[in-house]
Design a binder for this molecule. Structure first.
Ligand SMILES: *Cc1c(COP(=O)(O)O)cnc(C)c1O
Length: 346
């Protein structure tokens, strides 16, 4: 009696191997200040556990609206942006979905769960949108997902190309999970147009454990998606903790993000100097690179050296490619050292 839609789906899996240095999930590598975490957790009292949470997450929504700089009425919160991607697939359009690949796997999964046809169009050789190939599927799709910057390639697609697809009548979702590392946004369009939504998340700026995603769009669209939002999708604990952290740690988060950007640039430079390593420039908090050896072998050898990164070579266009998250300076040094060791040995 299992629904046919699930036939070719497999559970989403992440790296769980234990390693001293873990650079596989694109989290913020710097600890949030201890006193702020202590105070944030002190806000969790008995009622936060026994009673249902505020279904509107009013205070958190205010804090996020201020943090991002958009009106509250243009925001809908999700249990991570993953939940919001599901909602979008269920609410926006009913034809096929354009997914430029390689990209974040949740677009494909939620498209299938919604019973819609995915049209996975390979990116061009510079990992930008291939408008020619996209044209071929124009009649079939009415929704498209763009990770901006893209995961795992790290680049920003050209705005003109995204805009030109929208002009052909496709509703566009711009997933800005890595906005803070790229500082380029479609929010102005999402606040004005009924065919554009922007996704943000707190996951890549220090709060992945709280599961808070943010959808930004015009009131009319937000109201439609509200109809299917699960009533208590943000836990009471996440609501108080995130509200407190956003009110007290804003400056720290900005400082930590700047450090990561600095380290990203250093890693790019140092990795490029390793013989045989091809580095792709990144606007996010991770770096895609290619080596002359099979990626699964490099991945396993690095684990033996106590370094966990992500093998992304199963994705289209990414033969022999791996993705490393930017970590703390000492962890990046450890990774660089071990990468040199492993590549020399192979
Ligand atoms: C990490 C990531 C997300 C974050 O998802 P959450 O559910 O908010 O943790 C969303 N989109 C992309 C492209 C990502 O890489």
């Amino acid at each position: 009696m299992i629904n046919k839609k699930l036939e070719d789906l497999t559970p989403y899996k992440t790296e769980t191997t234990r390693c001293r240095v873990r650079l596989s999930s694109n989290e913020l590598p710097f600890e949030l200040p201890e006193d702020i975490i202590y105070e944030a957790l002190r806000q969790v009292d008995e009622t936060k556990i026994r009673l249902y949470p505020d279904p509107e997450a009013k205070r958190l929504k205010e804090a996020i609206a201020e943090f991002i700089g958009v009106p509250e009425e243009n925001i809908l919160l999700g249990n991570g942006s993953d939940e919001l991607i599901y909602y979008i697939s269920l609410v926006i359009g009913d034809k096929g979905v354009l997914i430029p690949v390689p990209t974040f796997p949740m677009y494909l999964i939620s498209t299938k769960v919604a019973g819609r046809n995915p049209f996975e169009v390979p990116l061009d050789s510079r990992f930008d949108i291939d408008t020619e190939k996209s044209k071929d599927v124009m009649g079939e799709v009415d929704l498209a997902f763009f990770a901006y910057p893209n995961n795992p390639t790290g680049n920003l697609f050209s705005r003109e190309k995204i805009n030109s697809l929208r002009e052909k009548g496709i509703f566009i979702v711009v997933d800005e999970a890595y906005y803070d590392y790229a500082k380029d946004t479609f929010i102005n369009e999402a606040l004005r147009r009924e065919d554009t939504l922007v996704l943000r998340t707190l996951s890549k700026i220090g709060m992945a454990g709280l599961r808070i995603g943010v959808l930004i769009g015009v009131k009319e669209i937000i109201r439609e998606i509200e109809k299917i939002r699960l009533p208590f999708n943000i836990s009471a604990i996440s609501q108080v903790v995130a509200t407190y952290i956003l009110s007290r740690a804003k400056d720290y988060i900005r400082y930590a993000v700047d450090k990561v950007i600095e380290e990203r640039e250093r890693l790019e430079r140092e990795m490029s100097c390793i013989e045989g390593v091809e580095v792709f420039r990144s606007k996010a908090n991770f770096i895609l690179f290619r080596t002359p050896f099979p990626a699964d072998v490099v991945h396993k050898e690095l684990i033996k050296e106590n370094v966990l990164i992500r093998d992304v070579s199963y994705m289209p266009l990414l033969t022999r490619c791996l993705r490393v998250s930017v970590g703390k300076p000492e962890d990046n040094d450890f990774f660089l050292e071990k990468l040199r060791v492993v590549l020399k040995r192979l």
